[in-house]
Design a protein around this ligand. Sequence first.
Ligand code: HEC
Ligand code: HEC
Ligand code: HEC
Ligand code: HEC
Length: 352
Amino acid sequence: MVSLRAFAAPVEIAPSSFTGALQPQVAVGAKGEIHVVFGQKDGAIFHTLSTDEARTFRAPVKIGALPKLALGMHRGPRIAIAGERVVVTAVSHEGGDLLAWASTDRGVSWTGPATLNTAPKSAREGLHAMAASGERVAVAWLDLRNSGTELWGALSKNGGASWEPDARIYQSPDGSICQCCAPSLAFGPRGELAAMWRNALGGARDLYAALSSDGGQTFAPAVKLGTGTWKLNACPMDGGGVTFLRAEPEEALLNCATCHQTKDRHRGLFGNDCAQCHATTKWTLAEYRHPSSASQSCAQCHQAPPSHYMMHFQMIDQKICGQPNAKVNQCFLCHQTTSWNDIKGVGFYKHH
Ligand code: HEC
Ligand code: HEC
Ligand code: HEC
Ligand code: HEC
């Protein structure tokens, strides 16, 4: 569930002593705990965790260190939550292998690394993706064991405790897929696995995807995405990202705002995609807690009524509140969080 605290003041994830923390990746566990992994230029890989909805993060724990850790341009460690376990993967440009660590105690201690590519150094390009569903973990990477770049993958069915031998997901009939665009992976609600990568076919650099309905064991033939084509004699160095829609397909087709615009309490501020935050049964959200009345960022979430942008504001509102210099966006100078008619220092104000 989207928490509107996301709009609150930024929180320090790693203390400032961690200079040069790069390429953070986030995974959220079933109980809402937030796991973050990041790398440092010297090759160290760290994990940190928040169990209080990102208010605080505990001191980062070092998972390991790799010479010439692949970091930057979508490279860097990846993290996934697989049941009760946390899995982290990373590539060393020097070793050329894709390594995986696992933790059974939410990142306090780590075991591994296991090497996922069976052909030595074949993952040296450093571009890879990971996704998990239940205990099942899938990893895919750009592989250089043969003459062109291919997409290879490996599976674990026990949260990274052990890995099955790697297998090829896709080989381009033209010899190579795009050489330096990150692939991506996502599990769907029924355990299906989607892999996406940029191809290099007939001089075109289009995005392709393949779907596995058996959790990554086998893949259906690859399909090109979109209707256009992109001829480019170079690598754009950006592979995009694949995901499954959270909503049920029928629900996703419903444009909530067409029927509920008049009920939009947010006056358009949160956009038209009501389903991003709301279910269709009731508008209230059990998890939601309003920011304290000491907050000064009211205007991030509240749009003032039209009257506040008219003479009414100078002639009435500023006078009632004894705030002749208040700007419209400084709601907190005049309003409480209890009700818009509960005016600070004045009490309940009845119009007319
Ligand atoms: C075709 C029109 C239509 C669409 C599209 C639609 N709704 Fe509704 N919705 C209604 C009607 C009619 C009701 C019942 C009357 C009411 O409460 O407004 C309702 C009721 C609701 C309620 C319960 C209101 C209450 O207080 O009991 C919620 C919540 C809701 N809709 C959310 C959504 C969301 C979220 C979407 C998009 C995924 C959506 N609706 C799409 C017409 C629509
Ligand atoms: C970014 C998240 C977000 C989006 C998008 C969003 N809302 Fe909300 N909305 C909230 C939150 C949070 C609340 C407060 C819920 C509560 O008090 O339990 C809320 C409250 C409401 C309420 C009042 C609930 C009550 O009875 O107190 C209504 C009505 C509402 N939203 C309608 C809409 C409509 C219509 C849309 C789309 C046009 C929409 N919202 C889009 C987050 C969102
Ligand atoms: C992080 C987002 C956020 C911030 C910051 C925020 N609010 Fe809200 N507030 C909401 C949402 C969401 C609702 C519920 C939907 C609605 O009524 O607009 C709400 C509801 C309200 C209500 C309506 C209560 C009712 O039921 O009539 C008032 C009054 C209010 N906020 C005042 C404030 C004031 C004053 C501030 C600053 C001190 C503030 N809010 C800061 C998100 C926020
Ligand atoms: C200078 C003080 C002042 C500031 C700043 C201010 N308001 Fe108000 N507001 C008032 C007063 C006084 C009223 C009641 C009289 C009225 O309705 O104009 C009011 C009324 C309202 C109402 C209820 C009126 C209606 O049309 O439903 C809402 C909603 C509201 N304010 C929202 C906001 C929001 C949101 C902000 C900030 C973006 C804000 N106000 C900034 C003084 C202020």
